[in-house]
Ligand binder design. Structure first.
Ligand code: SF4
Length: 154
């Protein structure tokens, strides 16, 4: 039987697509391929931003870089493509990187570039949730992997 397809933040799978040109690999997230087909996506790159890039944070309705450039459109473009992939592939679950202005699931930076976080979702996460995709962060994905490994259901 074909495995269910899930969407994953590409940086969690080791792709160097973060603003600083690095990745944040999580081995259990990669190991989810034992149970699912993984489709990596970086909404910021697919939305037209380069790597490395100036970091950006959400400020109200806008996404703004540390040097005050409005990149809101790139973030919405990335969310649009992520949402389209989910629709085309009938994806019902996404694992996205916590705290990112695109991918944050429960927390995002507060817009002050001071390292502080606040409850909130990234632009892509919000769009996926709105269309009914379940979105979990890397910590929840580790728990999911351990449950599946123990023979429990997702
Ligand atoms: S946009 Fe998402 S996938 Fe891309 S680097 Fe940031 S957290 Fe990772």
């Amino acid at each position: 039987m074909a495995k269910e397809i899930i969407l994953i933040s590409a940086c969690l799978l080791g792709q160097n697509c973060r603003y600083d040109g690095k990745s944040k690999p999580v081995s259990e997230v990669l190991k989810l391929k034992e149970f699912y087909d993984l489709i990596p996506i970086c909404p910021e790159v697919i939305g037209g931003l380069k790597t490395p890039r100036i970091p950006a944070e959400i400020q109200g309705e806008r996404v703004v870089t540390k040097n005050n450039k409005d990149v809101t459109e790139n973030y919405h473009n990335g969310a649009y493509w992520a949402s389209s992939v989910c629709r085309m592939k009938n994806i019902k679950l996404a694992v996205l990187k916590e705290k990112s202005p695109s991918c944050g699931v429960h927390m995002i930076h507060d817009g002050s570039f001071s390292g502080k976080t606040i409850p909130g979702q990234g632009i892509t996460t919000k769009k996926l949730l709105k269309q009914g995709v379940k979105v979990i962060n890397e910590e929840e994905a580790i728990e999911l992997y351990q449950r599946l490994k123990n023979g429990e259901t997702a």
